[in-house]
Write a protein that binds this ligand. Structure first.
Ligand code: GTB
Length: 213
């Protein structure tokens, strides 16, 4: 059965691949699962039909027969469990890869999201300029730790896994800020992720929808 995901009808990033459907597309491409996409407008996301599959009125969602999922991490985990290629077979290595999925979403992404909020949505606030250095330093504190852990390794724990897929996706959100380039090994790690054929296909698919015309 071909699953259907939802994505922005038009992503505000104009095709930079930062909306979360790119993460799901990437996972689908990594495991070789064809998929269909239903594009949703901002108004459509808050309509009853969409709220029935996503209680928070967002994208992405994932539908496969009677199974409807929301939350990117859960969708990627579902794909990784159903197909080979994103989680190791060894029990302990698998648990560690899942740990990295949570670390990406729960530990590394929150300060990065805060930076996006500060730079874009709070830029006009009178206190914004004073707060920004603090927010950036919180991102750097996490990246210092991640960079030290990764060292010269190719991926976070041996072979590429769903943990790397989510970590690279999270770090990609930093590119515009210039902070990623302060960490040579993390910038190279992200570049390795972006060079994967599955990522290239996922990026191209979202770009085809969102590129400025
Ligand atoms: N925790 C959820 C998940 O991981 O799936 C979060 C889902 C989420 O934030 N979805 C966003 C959404 O639907 C799109 S990805 N927003 C519409 C709404 O809430 O009404 C977040 C996103 C949006 C835009 C950009 N961008 O333009 O750069 C990047 C990321």
């Amino acid at each position: 059965m071909i699953p259907t995901i939802t994505a922005f009808e038009r992503s505000p990033d104009g095709g930079k691949g930062l909306a979360r459907d790119t993460r799901v597309r990437w996972a689908l491409e990594e495991v070789g699962q064809p998929y269909e996409v239903r594009l949703v407008s901002f108004a459509g996301m808050k309509a009853p039909d969409h709220l029935a599959i996503h209680p928070f009125g967002q994208i992405p969602t994932y539908e496969e027969g009677s199974l409807c999922l929301f939350e990117t991490g859960s969708i990627v985990l579902h794909l990784a469990e159903r197909h080979a290629g994103l989680l190791p077979g060894d029990h302990d290595a698998r648990a560690r890869a899942i740990t990295w999925m949570f670390a990406a979403l729960n530990t590394v992404e929150p300060p990065i999201l805060d930076l996006t909020t500060a730079r874009i949505f709070e830029a006009d606030k009178p206190w914004s300029e004073e707060r920004l250095p603090l927010v950036k330093d919180r991102v750097r504190a996490r990246l210092d730790q991640l960079s030290a852990y990764l060292g010269a390794a190719e991926w976070l724990d041996g072979a590429f896994s769903a943990g790397d897929l989510l970590m690279v996706s999270v770090l990609l959100r930093l590119r515009m800020s210039g902070i990623l380039d302060e960490y040579q090994n993390l910038a190279a790690y992200v570049a390795r992720g972006e060079a994967r054929p599955a990522y290239i296909r996922a990026f191209a698919a979202q770009f085809a929808v969102n590129a400025p015309s």
